[in-house]
Design a protein around this ligand. Structure first.
Ligand SMILES: [Fe+2]
Length: 250
């Protein structure tokens, strides 16, 4: 029997190492109580990609007890070991390594991964997002394969693809191109993290409109917003209901 709704908890930037333990427990309790169809984390699972922080992240995500999709963030590549950062940027967290490039298929939604991290770039900071042609082409190809699929198509990446407001410099290189091409290929919304501030907006590029949804953080690295996560309720009719939940303290 098909369920009426797909419920997806969207969390981001857990930053194990500087996590907010009370906010983490608050999120875990909600997952255990409500049993969403899946949890997605849009990157920065760890603060410095150490083995210890990855162990913490692996344990925490496993104990949620529901399907989990993990996208990497710029903090998830080795910080101190440059050889490993370039050669095997996602090798430290085996579950993450196998999750990179794997999609989440739910009753009413498909989540297509899209990696916007680079180990280094010709500008500072290296933490900002870069859209590369091969990765964008891979996401576009997957969206085109899903063209006849009635489910909502979500794209998950770490960096917001656009600046907060039109007219501002976009910190994600070629993000504007990605929005136009992903929307034209049938993406309904993009899920992201990175800025530690939640948002939900409709943006347009290239005569296409698309919803851009950002999750905040569950870490102590707050940037003007409380720890939070998003609850997406996706209906069989193609609607995406969004509830933002802010942590008000233990
Ligand atoms: Fe972050």
């Amino acid at each position: 029997m098909t369920t009426a709704q797909t419920v997806l908890f969207h969390v981001s930037d857990t930053h194990f190492g500087v996590e907010d333990c009370a906010a983490m427990e608050w999120f875990t309790a909600a997952v255990h109580a409500e049993r969403p169809d899946a949890v997605i984390c849009t990157g920065d699972l760890t603060q410095r990609a150490t083995h210890r922080q990855y162990d913490q992240a692996r344990k925490w995500f496993a104990e949620l007890g529901v399907p989990v999709m993990l996208q990497p963030g710029n903090h998830d590549m080795p910080y101190y070991n440059l050889w490993e950062r370039f050669a095997r940027p996602y090798a430290r967290f085996g579950a993450l390594e196998t999750a990179v490039g794997s999609e989440l298929a739910l009753a009413h939604a498909v989540v297509v991964p899209f990696d916007t991290n680079v180990p280094a770039q010709l500008r500072w900071p290296w933490s900002d997002g870069v859209v590369t042609r091969p990765r964008l082409d891979a996401a576009l190809a997957r969206l085109r394969e899903l063209a006849g699929d009635p489910r909502i198509k979500l794209v998950a990446c770490h960096h917001p693809l656009l600046a907060a407001h039109d007219g501002r410099r976009n910190p994600t290189i070629r993000g504007d191109i990605a929005v136009a091409e992903l929307a034209a290929a049938g993406a309904d919304a993009v899920l992201s993290g990175h800025i530690h501030q939640p948002f939900d907006m409709i943006r347009s590029r290239g005569n296409c409109m698309m919803r851009m949804i950002g999750a905040g953080t569950l870490s102590t690295r707050l940037r003007g917003a409380a720890p939070s996560y998003n609850v997406l309720r996706i209906g069989a009719d193609g609607t995406i209901g969004l509830e933002r939940r802010d942590f008000r303290g233990a």
